[in-house]
Design a protein around this ligand. Structure first.
Ligand SMILES: [Zn+2]
Length: 281
C-alpha cells in the first residue's frame, strides 16, 4: 500500500475507512430491512479472502464469446474515468462524492503537445534537486491531484435529486483530477471539524468558462443504507483489484529523462508546454 508514498497528498484526514466488507459482495443493492441496519450489519462480517488469479475459475474459450452491446468489450481504457462535465454540455452539472478508501495522490506534470498529440507526462525533476531537463525546456511543472470518487448518474442536469427521493441511485466509480486551485476550492467547501469533512458531502461541478465551479450538497449515498452498501462493496472491490495502481496511472505517463530528451529534441518549437488552465484539469 505504500509504494507510491511520494504521491500521497496532504488533505484533511479522511474519515476512518469502514470495516472491510465481503470482497465478493454484490454491487447490486439488496433490500434493506425497515430498520435500515443492513449496511452496517453487512460491513461487520468477516472479510472474505481477496480473490487471486490462482483462485479464479480456469479460463475457457467461453470467456471470449460476447455480443454486440457487451459493456466489457466496448470499454475504452480501464473503465475508470475522469469525472467532469463534458465540454459539449457547458450547462450540465455533474454530481460526485469523494471516496475515503484511498488517499488522494499528487504528482508534478507537464502538459505537452508534440508530434504524437497532447499528453500529460510526469515531470522528471526530483524533490530537492535542480530542475530536470523537462523543466529547463518547458518551464516549471505543476502539481495536480487525483481523488477516487463516485459520480451520480441519475440526478437531474442541475445535479439534484427530488426532495425525499427514494428511488434507485445509479452511480459509477471514477476519479476527479484537480489543479492546485480546484483542489483548494473543493477542500474549502467543508471545514474539517473532526466529524464533518469533505468526504461527508456530495459535490457538484459545473463549467464556468475555462474553469469549474464547485458547490456542496447533502450526501445521498451515506444517507441511504442500501446505496451505502453498494458503494462500499464497489469500493472494496476496486481497492482489492489494483485500485491504487489504477489511480496512480491517472497521474500522467511516467517519462524518463532519456524519453524527455527524445520527445523534446529538435522539436522544442512543436513540443511546447500547453497553458495549464483549469480546463485541462
Ligand atoms: Zn519537469
Amino acid at each position: 500500500m505504500k509504494q507510491f508514498e511520494d504521491d500521497d497528498f496532504e488533505i484533511p484526514p479522511a474519515v476512518p475507512p469502514p470495516p472491510p466488507a465481503p470482497v465478493n459482495a454484490p454491487v447490486t443493492p439488496t433490500a434493506a430491512p425497515a430498520n435500515g441496519k443492513a449496511a452496517s450489519t453487512a460491513l461487520t462480517d468477516t472479510p472474505a479472502p481477496i480473490p487471486t488469479r490462482t483462485g479464479s475459475p480456469a479460463y475457457t474459450e467461453d470467456d471470449e464469446v460476447c455480443d454486440f452491446g457487451d459493456p466489457e468489450a466496448s470499454r475504452v481504457g480501464d473503465g475508470y474515468d475522469r469525472i467532469r462535465p463534458d465540454k459539449s454540455q457547458p450547462d450540465l452539472v455533474v454530481r460526485f462524492a469523494l471516496m475515503p478508501h484511498l488517499k488522494p495522490r499528487k504528482a508534478l506534470v507537464h502538459w505537452v503537445e508534440g508530434a504524437l498529440g497532447k499528453s500529460q507526462r510526469r515531470c522528471a525533476s526530483k524533490p530537492r534537486e535542480l530542475p530536470a531537463y523537462c523543466c529547463q525546456v518547458l518551464g516549471e511543472s505543476r502539481y495536480h491531484v487525483v481523488v477516487p470518487a463516485i459520480q451520480y448518474l441519475n440526478c437531474s442536469t442541475t445535479g439534484a435529486y427530488a426532495k425525499d427521493y427514494t428511488g434507485p441511485v445509479e452511480f459509477k466509480l471514477g476519479f476527479v483530477d484537480l489543479s492546485p486551485s480546484t483542489f483548494s476550492a473543493v477542500g474549502g467547501l467543508v471545514e474539517d471539524d473532526g466529524t464533518n469533512n469533505i468526504y461527508q458531502v456530495d459535490v457538484t461541478m459545473k463549467r464556468n468558462g475555462q474553469k469549474f465551479d464547485f458547490a456542496m450538497r447533502k450526501c445521498v449515498w451515506r444517507n441511504r443504507p442500501e446505496v451505502a452498501q453498494a458503494v462500499e462493496s464497489a469500493m472494496q472491490r476496486f481497492v482489492a483489484t489494483g485500485g491504487e495502481q489504477k489511480l496512480h496511472k491517472k497521474l500522467g505517463r511516467e517519462t524518463t529523462l532519456k524519453e524527455w530528451r527524445e520527445l523534446l529534441a529538435g522539436q522544442v518549437a512543436k513540443a511546447e508546454s500547453v497553458t495549464l488552465d483549469d480546463d485541462e484539469y
